[in-house]
Ligand binder design. Structure first.
Ligand code: DCT
Ligand code: MG
Length: 510
């Protein structure tokens, strides 16, 4: 559970860090006379103990060097209640109801609050068993709930679509995008990680105190959070939203087929609007960009869940016409429970087909749609997949499966719940669809990879590399220590190989 939050009051200024341990502390005024603390060195170590003692004294707590009779609170780290009781016994001191046995987390919360905080079950050390021959311990206290430390890896957090920190995550996403447009990868990643961790929180940040202990929030990020808490907005975000380069890039990249390079070019040439770009006679457009302009209105209006389902029916009809045993799974954002998407992603795999049948499927499907007049654009990318190749080391690597990026014509009558944003007289909507064909043995890895989110995938790979000495990509998982490929039939098995708790797709909206 989260500690009670206080309204943020004081002016925004950087507090001086008061953490030096080198200087001997001058005598401090004792503010809280009812408490006399003693910090146990056992398992904590003398350096950390000295640091905590000094910090607590600075904050006005009375901290004893020795265990005297006046001590009311014993603070320990990595010790159970029984451990502390045993230690007390050696010191010839009896446990009593006057003596509180507390975990260091209580002291740390007091340090943050600048005053004693309430002692709850999670702070109080539990005496599990009566140590042989020891005096009867105090009645058992309620066991602490599992410590909920937030992992710096998105794959160890559950992130549903219930984002209660939109006001912050929207800001960081704008800043991340701006950094991406300026090819400032380091800052881009920092802002994306900040947005991602805030999305996983079960509470709204309302004061800076709430940000304590949350990973991935650097000083820069914190100063922006502080500004939003106090002013309701960030001046930096406001400036970015008004920035010419940001606005132009945002506009240009909203066209299917236009990436950073093209945006940069158009921006340098002085273009600021799409209509000027479109009507320019000197510019050359790729097939993809031509399709992007042609179906621009439909494609920017996003795909609804009902439209995605209707596309799913189309895809299954076509795939099963050629490979009746194939599995067709909707992946991407819709598998994570999103109600809207920029495209619809499908993973196709067939247990019974030969390599050649597998390779022929997507061309056949495209051909069928072409004959039916449903194909508005397609780009078929042939597989470059090699079975024995090690997984890629890159966290953002593309995979090597055969795939097809399409724009399909979806007739309104095929969409359940009636009309999608209909234009006068137009009976269909252009929809972006990605189809991926993968060998049956790879299906769990491909499904995990294509379900996203991108941040979740990046952190899965980063976690595999840095915490497990393994390599994970959309095709396979390789254990570098054992030098073997780890097989998996399901996503659950991949999480298990990685030693991770299973995270359901709707909890991967990192
Ligand atoms: N992906 C991948 N390799 C790619 C492209 C995507 O592994 N070359 C993964 C990452 C997320 C997932 O596939 C789906 O990608 P998108 O459709 O881009 O993202 P989305 O989460 O479905 O979001 P949107 O709603 O915008 O489609
Ligand atoms: Mg998608």
């Amino acid at each position: 559970m989260h500690s009670p939050r206080m309204a943020h009051s004081g002016p925004r200024k950087k507090r001086p860090r008061q953490m030096g341990t080198q200087m001997a502390s001058p005598p401090q005024d004792i503010k809280f006379r009812d408490l006399v603390l003693f910090i146990l060195e056992k398992k904590m170590g003398s350096t950390r103990r000295a640091f905590l003692m000094e910090l607590a004294r600075r904050k006005g707590f009375r901290v004893e060097n020795e265990l005297s009779d006046s001590v009311t609170h014993i603070v320990a780290e990595n010790n159970s209640g029984s451990d502390v009781l045993q230690w007390l016994q050696v010191q010839n001191r009896r446990a009593s109801s006057q003596l509180e046995l507390l975990d260091v987390s209580w002291l740390i919360e007091c340090m943050r609050a600048g005053e004693p905080v309430e002692m709850t079950g999670r702070h109080q050390l539990v005496v599990r068993r009566d140590p042989a021959g020891s005096p009867s311990p105090e009645p058992q206290k309620t066991p602490p709930p599992a410590v909920t430390e937030i992992s710096p890896y998105a794959c160890q957090r559950r992130t549903t679509l219930n984002n209660c920190n939109h006001i912050f995550t929207d800001a960081f996403e704008v800043l991340a995008e701006n950094c991406e447009f300026r090819e400032n990868d380091g800052s881009c990643l920092a802002f994306m990680r900040a947005a991602s961790v805030l999305k996983s929180l079960p509470f709204t940040i309302i004061s800076m105190k709430d940000t304590e202990g949350i990973p991935c929030l650097g000083d820069k990020v914190k100063s922006i959070i502080e500004e939003i808490i106090e002013d309701g907005e960030s001046s930096e975000v406001k400036a970015v939203l008004n920035d010419e380069r940001y606005r132009s890039f945002k506009l240009f990249t909203s066209v299917f087929g236009v990436g950073l390079k093209t945006s940069e070019k158009w921006f340098r040439m002085g273009f600021r609007t799409l209509s000027k770009v479109r009507s320019d006679q000197t510019l050359k457009f790729t097939q993809m960009q031509k399709a992007g302009f042609l179906y621009y209105e439909d494609l920017v209006s996003c795909v609804t869940k009902a439209e995605a389902e209707a596309v799913g029916v189309l895809v299954k009809e076509a795939v099963w016409a050629f490979l009746p045993d194939a599995f067709v799974t909707m992946t991407g954002g819709f598998r994570r429970g999103k109600k809207m998407g920029h495209d619809v992603d499908f993973l196709i795999t067939s247990p019974g087909s030969t390599e050649e049948e597998e390779q022929q499927l997507l061309p056949k499907v495209i051909n069928l749609w072409e004959r039916k007049g449903l194909l508005l654009y397609y780009d078929l990318v042939e597989s470059t997949f090699e079975k024995l190749k090690l997984p890629s080391r890159k966290v953002d690597a593309l995979d090597h499966f055969q795939k097809c990026f399409l724009i399909l014509k979806l007739h309104h009558e095929r969409v359940d719940s009636g009309k999608s944003s209909q234009q006068e007289g137009k009976t269909w909507k252009a929809i972006r669809v990605d189809l991926v064909m993968c060998p049956y043995e790879c299906r769990a890895f491909a499904l995990l990879g294509w379900t996203g989110s991108r941040q979740f995938e990046r952190d899965l790979r980063r976690y595999a590399t840095h915490e497990r000495k393994m390599m994970l990509d959309n095709h396979a998982l390789y254990d570098k220590t054992k030098r073997i490929f780890l097989k998996a039939e399901s996503e659950e098995e991949i999480f298990a190989h990685l030693g991770l708790e299973y995270i359901d797709p709707w909890e991967r909206n990192a």
